[in-house]
Design a protein around this ligand. Sequence first.
Ligand SMILES: [Zn+2]
Length: 221
Amino acid sequence: MYHSVGNQVDGDINGIYTMSNSQFAQQVEIIQQLANENNIAIVPFAAAHENSVSFTFDDGYIDALTIVAPLLCSKGIPFHVFVSSARMNGTDRKYMSGSQVAELAAMPGATIGCHGAEHQSLTSLSITEATSDLRASKISVQAAVQHTIDTMSYPYGHVNEAVRAAAEQVGFTQAACSKWGFNTKETDHMMLKRIDMWAGDNPSTVRDKVLGYWNWFGLLS
Ligand SMILES: [Zn+2]
């Protein structure tokens, strides 16, 4: 799980998500090397299987198009960007506009998911409000890319049984939360875990995270 490369991430008080281009490029190189050495496939988020890894980016920052896409496309690495539709439709151009999301979706290996409409904590809303936020996000991002969107990630990773059910009811078939860990065939497809990659991760931390040596972390959250 990544957020932004080269931009300040909103609310990132500890600076862990605001990653420079070179830090990101170094992490990608390590992950690609690890994948080669360990026969791990790097696959699109929607095609994940037990011996694979997928890159995801939350929020829809503009650098997904300007920095992440050129790097990952040139390496043939697929990646998935979860876009918050109100930000996409808003005026803050730190986030991709609808036409930029469409441009990204047309790039080789790039796929798009939703990340709420207003980027609110869905568990803090009534279930009616959460459902309409989820529905609005789906309709809006679909209109931008002109195809069905059936994946999403929960803003702030906030999800409970009711929000999970609402996401499924709205038509999402795969959803990522922010719970730390690996997924197996048995993992709930609406509660997919992720590994949080940080700006300060050195090469050995990146290796350890990707190989599962940090999965004890999931027990704490
Ligand atoms: Zn977010």
